[in-house]
Structure formats: structure tokens, C-alpha cells
Design a protein around this ligand. Structure first.
Ligand code: SF4
Ligand code: SF4
Length: 76
């Protein structure tokens, strides 16, 4: 199997579910990922995790994150 070349990465210094959704603490990036690769596994108001091996590199999560906490990581 080829090694993964690109995947999304959360900057946990910036990511703050309370800031991007005051009421529900829902991660917009997780909601945007139709592949369910980025998830708030510890629940609402918790930072999301990305299952990088499964990431399709579509970058919908990057566009959805209001705090620009998600970026594309390219491994060469
Ligand atoms: S990744 Fe972005 S949208 Fe998701 S909780 Fe963090 S700051 Fe909010
Ligand atoms: S790049 Fe696409 S597949 Fe990967 S976590 Fe973001 S939305 Fe999901």
C-alpha cells in the first residue's frame, strides 16, 4: 500500500469548539466531513480527532472551520 500523501490536520492550539459554536459546541469541520473522518469522539464541546489514514483530502473540513484551525498536511 502507498503511504498516505495528504491529510487534514487540526491545530489544537487554535481549535476551540466553544468559540465556533457557542450553543452546542459542535465542530463545523466534523459536520462538513461526509466521510466521517473527523469526529468529536469525546463529545460536543471537545476538540475533534482526524483519522488521517482514512482522510480523502477533499478539504471540506478546512473550508468549514471558522477559526482556520484545520490545515492540509502533505507528506513527501
Ligand atoms: S476544528 Fe474548527 S470547527 Fe472544529 S471545533 Fe475546532 S475550531 Fe471548531
Ligand atoms: S479533508 Fe475531507 S475527508 Fe479529510 S477530514 Fe477533511 S473533510 Fe474529511
Amino acid at each position: 500500500m502507498q503511504p498516505k500523501k495528504s491529510f487534514a490536520l487540526v491545530n489544537y492550539d487554535i481549535c476551540n469548539p466553544k468559540m465556533c459554536d457557542h450553543d452546542e459546541g459542535r465542530c463545523a469541520a466534523a459536520s462538513a466531513c461526509t466521510h466521517k473522518v473527523i469526529k468529536q469522539i469525546d463529545g460536543l464541546f471537545e476538540q475533534p480527532m482526524i483519522f488521517q489514514d482514512m482522510c480523502m483530502g477533499c478539504w471540506d473540513c478546512i473550508e468549514a472551520c471558522p477559526l482556520d484551525a484545520v490545515s492540509a498536511k502533505h507528506v513527501t
